[in-house]
Design a protein around this ligand. Structure first.
Ligand SMILES: [Zn+2]
Length: 499
């Protein structure tokens, strides 16, 4: 026995030398026990259980009913009795580098504000518990690379360059000569060759070529569009053919990437269902030709039934409309929660006359109250669709589309909380919302091996709340701690500070 023991000691000494040579990579893991929280994890039907969660480095190592007697000797203890521990939230529809309230030419004139904003973006998402975000359109990779290199940031995934058609949405925001540079994955549609520039090679703009580029660039999804235009472009933009979209769906399917279709009308969502896309990236607030209907008309119900039957992912994105409505709410910029998610200098600019351009553009002289009411009717249509889908157990995916346009009403992090309030107000249940923002989202983007639940082996992305999110949507406004890859962050430390 003593011989064995001596051998062990010798081996330990050798091991210690080896560990020393290898450096910190082989050092003892950083351990934290989160003790006594009610753990709510979406793979279980219950409303939570009091459990202890061990984090080792960036992983969840154990979830136990009883705390080991020696726990405090091996690990930092975080007392969380009376609080609620959930998986980190996932927002699967964001545009990280777009600056709310600024047109592209304005950004060039306010580089300092743009940079200050982009430094705050990853912090604001974390502040509200978003530990995973998916950027659906990468036009310029540099701002995203900078966010991924920031000291505190969510896990950032992307769909690479999106797949518009020539002169289709959203390319018209850029001057014609830059559109293929900004959107290198613009598609050649063989049955509509007319808009395709002669100097471009159709072969490099096939669905297959675009999907291959996305995959090679590390993209986890494919974003495309069916939009006839709104505002100045209303009804004027070309849309893809069904044949082209079926080609996108086939190419993405072979690469095991989900296809997200920008579609917010009855016509566009019909097109998405007919062509087999995986996810509808917006709610349906345009019911044309049934916009005057008081309740969801049978024709739209029939489409929503197909969305449910086929288990198509549904990002309701009500805050696209809610964020427009906030343009016409004079008290909005005074809210403390607005001030916490953007730099003070940007907030000051939002109060300037120059920054009112988008509000003026939308209103065309109409008074605030009339705009607020008109937008409210559009929001109500979107909400009725959410209610119908919620009653029929649709596969909701939580996505905010932050920012959906140049509105100050779509600010990072906070926008998620506002979206949640709209969804619950429309009739989504708290459990549906919780699943949409955790496990359903993780599964839809094939990330459920890594995130989405509080289970051993998962990445330690966790949020501690002061209330149960299965009892009240306000729980999501009571973030008390966030762990990103095992690193604990204090929400206060993520808020925008005075310069
Ligand atoms: Zn979007």
């Amino acid at each position: 026995m003593s011989g064995t023991k001596k051998l062990t000691v010798t081996w330990c000494a050798v091991l210690a030398v080896v560990v020393g040579l290898l450096g910190s990579a082989s050092a003892a893991p950083a351990r934290t026990w989160i003790v006594g929280a009610t753990v709510i994890s979406p793979e279980r039907e219950d409303t939570g259980r009091v459990l202890n969660v061990l984090i080792e480095d960036d992983r969840i190592a154990a979830v136990t009913a009883t705390l080991p007697a020696n726990a405090s000797r091996q690990a930092t203890i975080v007392h969380a009795e009376g609080k609620y521990l959930i998986p980190g939230l996932m927002d699967s529809h964001v545009h990280l580098s777009s600056v709310p309230g600024m047109s592209f030419p304005m950004q060039a004139g306010h580089q300092d504000l743009v940079e200050a904003y982009r430094r705050q973006v990853p912090r604001s998402f974390l502040r509200y518990g978003y530990t995973t975000v998916v950027d659906l359109i990468i036009a310029d990779p540099k701002p995203i690379q900078a966010m991924r290199a920031a000291p505190a940031h969510p896990d950032i995934y992307d769909c690479g360059g999106a797949l518009p058609i020539p002169n289709g949405y959203p390319t018209t925001a850029d001057p014609a000569e830059y559109r293929f540079t900004v959107f290198p994955n613009t598609l050649y549609d063989p049955i509509h060759p007319e808009g395709f520039p002669a100097q471009e090679d159709p072969k490099t703009h096939s669905s297959q070529a675009a999907v291959t580029r996305i995959r090679n660039g590390g993209g986890i999804c494919v974003k495309t569009f069916y939009e006839r235009g709104f505002g100045r472009d209303r009804g004027r933009l070309p849309v893809p053919s069904a044949e082209l979209m079926r080609g996108v769906v086939a190419a993405a399917g072979a690469a095991q990437l989900p296809v997200l279709l920008h579609a917010n009308s009855f016509e566009a969502q019909t097109f998405g269902v007919d062509t087999g896309v995986s996810i509808l990236a917006h709610g349906m607030w345009s019911w044309t030709p049934y916009d005057s209907a008081e309740t969801v008309p049978p024709q739209i119900q029939a489409l929503l039934d197909r969305i449910v039957e086929r288990s198509i992912g549904y990002q309701a994105t009500l805050q696209v409309i809610g964020g427009l409505q906030l343009l016409f709410d004079s008290a909005y910029l005074d809210r403390p929660d607005v001030q916490r998610v953007i730099p003070p200098a940007l907030l000051a600019w939002y109060r300037s006359d120059e920054a009112q351009w988008y509000k003026r553009d939308r209103a065309q002289g109409a008074p605030d109250a009339a705009m607020h009411e008109g937008i409210g009717r559009v929001l109500h249509r979107g909400g009725q669709v959410v209610q119908y889908l919620a009653q029929h157990h649709a596969r909701f995916l939580f996505g905010t589309d932050t920012p959906s346009g140049p509105t100050v009403g779509n600010l990072p992090g906070l926008n998620g909380y506002l979206e949640m309030q709209h969804l619950i107000g429309a009739g989504m249940s708290l459990r549906q919302l919780f699943e949409a923002a955790t496990l359903s989202n993780a599964k839809a983007f094939a990330l459920d091996g890594q995130i989405g639940t509080v289970q051993p082996g998962k990445r330690a992305n966790l949020v501690l709340l002061g209330r149960s999110p299965l009892e009240s949507v306000e729980a999501y406004d009571q973030v008390q701690a966030v762990w990103i890859g095992g690193t604990r962050l204090d929400p206060k430390s993520l808020e925008s500070t005075q310069p």
